[in-house]
Design a protein around this ligand. Structure first.
Ligand code: B1M
Length: 210
């Protein structure tokens, strides 16, 4: 039985080498990449989030923990992204303007890739205009927006307005997510769906193209 607790602990303490080594060990023992991510890497990052909230951890420590989590993700990424699935469609995904949080958004993008979507990851601090340009440029079927701040989640509405103004709103499905976002908020701003985590985000996207 793989020790997920120790893997989570390596993320919490920001031990990049240990996170990488333990992830490799899990993979070599046949642990599923999704379990490695959810029970080990994300579980560790959740503890970091709680400690950050209480003021027991500070920004530099959070960044170091995020680096350790990414080191683990780099190990499992090829295992879940290199599937033989046929193209499901193109998703343009980004963290909205003013917001620099990208760990969850990258995870969502990675899971979608593993499900066979072509994912255009626009990064962080993405303006409404940039979302519109990218939809046109890549002929995307889905727009995915992420926000982690109660202030920046409001930008999601602006992106939807920009899509309407450019005549693209009816051609794409819009999905949103991120810690402060809810399904009620999605309805309120006219998004097509909300997902609380990376796995349900992928299911939602699959439902859009089914
Ligand atoms: Co920030 N931060 N942060 N932070 N940070 C939060 C979000 C916060 C809740 C912490 C707190 O105080 N409790 C708080 C927001 C408060 C609020 O608005 N309500 C906060 C704050 C205040 C800030 C700063 C303002 C702090 C400061 O400078 N004073 C600042 C803002 C910078 C900015 O964006 N302009 C800031 C900075 C940072 C760091 C740079 C240090 C770092 C980000 C590093 C990075 O992303 N590269 C950071 C981090 C790491 C966090 C916490 C601790 C962890 C976020 C995270 O990565 N979680 C966070 C506390 C928390 O969330 N508990 C916090 C792990 C990740 C896997 O989960 O991102 O939720 P998550 O993604 C999930 C789901 O939400 C969902 O699926 C993902 C996977 O399951 N999901 C989607 C996400 N996007 C989706 C899109 C979808 C569907 C699902 O469809 C498209």
């Amino acid at each position: 039985m793989f020790d997920f607790e120790t893997l989570a602990q390596s993320v919490i303490s920001g031990d990049v080498r240990k996170a990488e080594e333990l992830t490799k060990k899990a993979v070599s023992e046949g642990v599923s990449p999704l379990d490695v991510i959810n029970k080990g890497l994300i579980a560790g990052m959740e503890v970091v989030g709680q400690r950050f909230k209480k003021g027991d951890m500070f920004v530099p420590e959070v960044l170091i923990a995020a680096r350790a989590m990414n080191a683990g993700l780099d190990v499992v990424r090829p295992l879940i992204a290199d599937t033989d699935l046929k193209g499901m469609g193109t998703v343009v995904i980004g963290t909205v303007k003013g917001d620099l949080h990208d760990i969850g958004k990258n995870l969502v993008g990675m899971m979608m890739e593993s499900a066979g979507f072509k994912v255009i990851n626009l990064g962080v601090d993405v303006s409404p205009e940039r979302f519109v340009e990218a939809v046109k440029e890549h002929d995307a079927q889905i727009v995915g927006m992420s926000a982690l701040l109660t202030t920046t989640m409001l930008v999601m509405r602006d992106v939807i307005s920009a899509l309407k103004e450019s005549g693209l709103r009816d051609k794409v499905k819009v999905m949103i997510g991120g810690a402060p976002v809810t399904s009620d908020f999605a309805k309120e701003i006219g998004a097509d769906g909300y997902a609380p985590d990376a796995v349900s985000a992928t299911d939602l996207a699959k439902g859009f193209v089914a």
